[in-house]
Design a protein around this ligand. Structure first.
Ligand code: AMP
Length: 211
């Protein structure tokens, strides 16, 4: 199954993608994580992407599309994948349709006010990129990643001014994908205002997965 997770930054796509990975036995393709890894490596892609990401803007479609094409061609994606943060524009969705498309697009819906509150408390592991929230999804030990033990930090693009710009761009460029996938009959909408566990239950129900 190829599943797309749609939703504003901070809606919970990354957290839910990880939980779905276990249930669906499919790898997660997170373009944000791939880009941050490219920046950390200092690769050509990383150098090209950094300025856009730091400003909360989208990385150009052609860079993203070739990155995803490369990942999808890997043997572990032969039976499907969960897309976190891709597609983010209609051009990206059309490119994905050109290489087989997706089976379903799940939109996690959270209000802008809640997103801004969540982003203030978000902490990210710079090593394995797992995200936490200081109140709603804290690590077992304060400031330390549960998975790899690295010290948690605040992503540059989670700062309040950048979050506002990311939300503006989400509404302008990514939200139209909701109608795009509705028109294809592939859209499932789930409210994401509740706790991680509540949202997971709603997602599993919407996808017909037994939890
Ligand atoms: P994320 O971790 O998904 O919130 O992504 C962080 C940043 O990476 C975004 O604000 C964009 O600058 C960039 N990015 C991630 N995925 C995409 C995409 N599909 N298209 C364009 N830019 C992206």
């Amino acid at each position: 199954m190829k599943l797309i997770l749609l939703g504003a930054p901070g809606a919970g796509k990354g957290t839910q993608a990880e939980l779905l990975q276990k249930a669906l036995q499919a790898p997660v393709i997170s373009t944000g994580n791939l880009l941050r890894a490219a920046i950390a490596e200092g690769s050509k892609l990383g150098l090209a992407a950094k300025e856009y990401m730091d400003g909360g803007r989208l990385v150009p479609d052609e860079l993203i599309i070739s990155l995803v094409q490369e990942k999808l061609a890997a043997p572990e994606c032969a039976h499907g994948a969960i897309f976190d943060g891709f597609p983010r524009t209609v051009a990206q969705a059309e490119a994905l349709d050109g290489i087989g498309g997706a089976d379903a697009a799940l939109s996690i819906e959270v209000s802008d006010a809640e997103i801004e509150e969540r982003m203030c408390g978000r902490r990210t592991c710079p090593n394995c990129q797992t995200t936490y929230h200081i109140m709603h999804n804290p690590p077992r030990r304060e400031g330390v990643c549960d998975k790899c033990g690295a010290a948690l930090g605040i992503r540059k693009d989670d700062e309040p001014g950048v979050v506002k710009e990311r939300l503006r761009i989400y509404h302008e460029q990514t939200e139209p994908l909701i109608e795009y996938y509705r028109a294809q009959g592939k859209l499932r909408e789930v409210p994401g205002q509740g706790t991680v566990t509540e949202t997971t239950a709603l997602i599993f129900k919407a996808l017909g997965i037994c939890s």
